[in-house]
Ligand binder design. Structure first.
Ligand code: PSU
Ligand code: MN
Length: 304
């Protein structure tokens, strides 16, 4: 008997996986809680198209009315964002969403978990969650990091926004035994900019080298994922100083309003988007597309 909680894998994704063809997992919290309407849905469609253009199958992951979807149609994606019950779900929130029959955008944490269960090993997103500024007081550390330490999926991102404490996030990933590799640069990127001021542990150049390293890592069965940092293209970057002032104000406002828990990240993302009048959103969209292309090329190398 098939469990009523079984993953619902779209036929196109199931066929690709069965045939050993390239597939790329995509998250949905970026759509439901990370970007405003209508750019969120438009971006989701463009990201899927970018993955296809590189010869891989996109698998957007979300919870729709309690059902875990791996690969979504346009109608399903629209239903997700228009569902007033839609919440943000990290890995620990999935079981509740499933039993209550509600919809949820999946974070990096829950998307990794579901991708691994479905047999997808490469996942593209914009930025991961991490150790928040002031975590020594708040203890706010994203479940994305614990998931990276517990689930064998390679996550392609553009680093993390400096709404987070980037040095502490990198320390935490080291503790969790997660390899951190930057593609084509010696410095770890900071989402909107190519530069965080921090060296990357390792540099590899291009999908071929990255795929080889991912294969080597999975052969060791460490049980951990990998973080592939893909710096934003220079033409799309936003100057660090401009963003920093906005972020500092947003972090202070979150503290003043007593925002805590899973509300923190969506609150900060919304404030940053608003304060930069869409400039940061344009950069965000460009880097997600850039990550999707790299992830698809890596997935193709792995499938070859
Ligand atoms: N950072 C971004 N954009 C996002 C997110 C983070 O620049 O959309 C989302 C991702 O889904 C990430 C989640 O997994 O926020 C992390 O949330 P939290 O900090 O509550 O773990
Ligand atoms: Mn948190």
């Amino acid at each position: 008997m098939i469990s009523r909680f079984a993953l619902e894998i779209a036929p196109e994704v199931a066929e690709a996986l069965a045939a050993g063809r390239a597939a790329v997992a995509l998250e949905s919290t970026i759509v439901t809680h990370g970007m405003p309407w209508p750019q969120n849905v438009e971006t989701a469609r463009r990201v899927e198209a970018a993955v296809r253009a590189e010869g891989a199958v996109p698998a957007t992951i979300a919870v729709l009315k309690g059902r875990i979807k791996v690969g979504m149609s346009e109608a399903e994606l629209e239903a997700l964002v228009k569902d007033p019950s839609c919440v943000k779900a990290s890995g620990r929130d999935l079981a509740v969403a499933m039993t209550r029959g509600i919809s949820a955008g999946t974070t990096v944490s829950s998307t990794m978990l579901i991708a691994a269960r479905a047999g997808i090993r490469v996942f593209a997103t914009g930025g991961i969650g991490g150790v928040h500024r002031g975590a020594e007081e708040s203890f706010d550390i994203s479940a994305d990091l614990t998931e990276l330490g517990a689930t064998e999926v390679a996550v392609v991102c553009a680093g993390m926004k400096s709404i987070l404490d980037i040095p502490k996030t990198l320390e935490y990933l080291e503790t969790m035994r997660v390899p951190v590799v930057t593609c084509g640069a010696d410095e770890f990127p900071a989402f909107f900019s190519r530069s965080s001021g921090l060296p990357s542990d390792h540099r590899l150049d291009g999908p071929e080298e990255l795929a080889a390293m991912i294969e080597a890592h999975f052969s060791l069965k460490t049980g951990t994922g990998l973080l592939i940092a893909n710096p934003i293209p220079e033409a799309d970057a936003v100057p660090g100083a401009e963003i920093e002032a906005v972020i500092a104000a947003a972090v202070a406002e979150a503290a003043a309003q007593g925002i805590s828990g899973k509300e923190v990240t969506p609150f900060l993302l919304e404030r940053v988007n608003r304060a930069t009048e869409g400039r940061s959103l344009t950069a965000n969209i460009a880097l997600v597309l850039n990550n999707a292309r790299l992830a698809a090329r890596i997935a193709r190398e792995l499938a070859a």
